[in-house]
Design a protein around this ligand. Structure first.
Ligand code: ZN
Ligand code: ZN
Length: 178
């Protein structure tokens, strides 16, 4: 049977950005970013606290001038991941859930990103102005569907776990009901 749910590359990477955003830790905004070159994922990022520091979700936002400043933004984290792993971002495309903020736009331009793909805008950003001056096009697409098509019942080669197979050995050993 033909797979009529197969997404286009743009839909695929935008949907991944949505999935990445689920790890965000600031309740004011959830953003996901996927950096891609030649249809390969270089890195992903979501907006969250500096590694090892408390999250907005746990201790509240840190507001300065009506912005939460606690988190590193998704786009910055995606660039940071590349820096940590020694991966060039030159010529990559950034798939992001939202139009970047002004500072992230500047960082993406500086990192050599050649195209931005988004499905929503941001309330406060000079990004469009900076991207236009840098010659970086913004592609606005519809939001991908909020659903992942993965149904084990449809796959003849799949075998579901029995309930007792689920979980690691440690948990299993300490389960009081077993
Ligand atoms: Zn916050
Ligand atoms: Zn930003």
């Amino acid at each position: 049977m033909a797979n009529n749910k197969r997404p286009s590359w743009d839909e695929y990477f935008l949907k991944l950005a949505m999935l990445v955003s689920e790890r965000a830790t600031c309740p004011r905004m959830h953003v996901g970013c996927v950096l891609v070159r030649d249809k390969r994922i270089l890195s992903t990022g979501y907006n969250g606290s500096i590694s090892g520091q408390p999250h907005c979700d746990d201790v509240g936002c840190q507001i300065v001038d009506n912005h939460c400043v606690r988190t590193i933004h998704a786009e910055m984290n995606a660039i940071i991941q590349c820096a940590i792993h020694g991966i060039s971002t030159q010529g990559a495309t950034a798939y992001i859930t939202n139009l970047p903020c002004t500072n992230c736009a500047k960082a993406l331009i500086g990192a050599g990103i050649k195209e931005i793909v988004i499905f929503s805008d941001y309330h406060d950003s000079l990004a469009e102005d900076f991207f236009e001056k840098a010659g970086v096009p913004i592609k606005r697409l519809p939001q991908p569907e909020n659903y992942i098509h993965y149904d084990l019942d449809l796959f003849s080669s799949a075998r579901k776990f029995d309930d007792e197979d689920i979980g690691d050995e440690d948990n299993h050993n300490h389960c009081e009901r077993c």
